[in-house]
Write a protein that binds this ligand. Structure first.
Ligand SMILES: *Cc1c(COP(=O)(O)O)cnc(C)c1O
Length: 227
């Protein structure tokens, strides 16, 4: 179970508590905590809320909008040159060049046109963010991500475009037990020989880690509730 977030917890406390959750789930799964990257999802939160986590040593951050990332991160980067920015939200192809210029990882590759746009921007700039294919693991019409059935063709497309795929990403359906979806994503990744697994958020870090997550994307447990 996730720990309740007391209002009195400082950013350092929240970070330590989240690392403790990851470490505890990793220990049970006989995994090394260092093999799991905590991505602090800072969307909607201002730089003043982000800086304390940077000062506490957190280095990987996630945003879901290119525009918001572009407004916040260049200045933070000047202060903390070694931080890494992950884009975790749906990405329009016409924002791909800006995304590639900004991000160290893109978790939401989900269609051929986006693969082409990201590959083009990577070739033009020499910047090669880690790319994750988002899978619509619960087959939900309103959600981003490629259909499970379309994944083989999309991976072939990425190979043709010389865009290496570092992992798969999913956001399971809300309000149901996520573990079966995490297990399914892990199996699909294994079937395709893909090592990275971006899965698990504030409420289900433990399940994700126990089922093989290499990247957990945690927002509210670190920053408090979003407005
Ligand atoms: C907002 C967001 C998260 C973080 O969600 P929390 O429940 O606040 O931890 C993770 N992944 C994606 C894709 C998101 O948009």
């Amino acid at each position: 179970m996730p720990l309740p977030i007391a209002r009195t917890m400082t950013p350092d406390d929240r970070l330590a508590a989240t690392h403790a959750r990851i470490a505890s789930a990793a220990r049970i799964a006989r995994r090394a905590p260092a093999d799991i990257t905590l991505v602090a999802v800072s969307k909607t939160h201002p730089p003043e809320a982000i800086r304390p986590l940077l000062l506490a040593g957190q280095r990987d951050f996630g945003e879901n909008r290119v525009q918001e990332a572009a407004a916040k991160w260049p200045a933070l980067r000047e202060e903390f040159a070694d931080c890494r920015l992950h884009l975790v939200g749906q990405l329009q192809s016409n924002k791909a060049a800006e995304a590639v210029a900004l991000a160290d990882a893109i978790h939401s590759i989900d269609r051929p046109s986006l693969i082409a746009a990201v590959a083009r921007a990577s070739d033009a700039t020499g910047r090669r963010p880690d790319c994750f294919v988002q899978v619509n693991i619960g087959d939900e019409p309103q959600k981003g991500g490629c259909a499970i059935a379309d994944l083989p063709a999309l991976l072939a497309e990425a190979r043709t475009a010389a865009l290496p795929i570092a992992g798969l990403m999913c956001v399971p359906p809300a309000a149901v037990e996520p573990a079966p979806y995490f297990a399914l994503l892990a199996k699909i990744a294994r079937d395709h020989g893909i090592a990275g697994l971006s899965m698990g958020m504030s409420d289900d870090v433990e399940q994700a880690v126990s089922l093989g997550a290499t990247h957990v994307r945690v927002g509210s447990a670190l920053f408090g509730a979003r407005a």
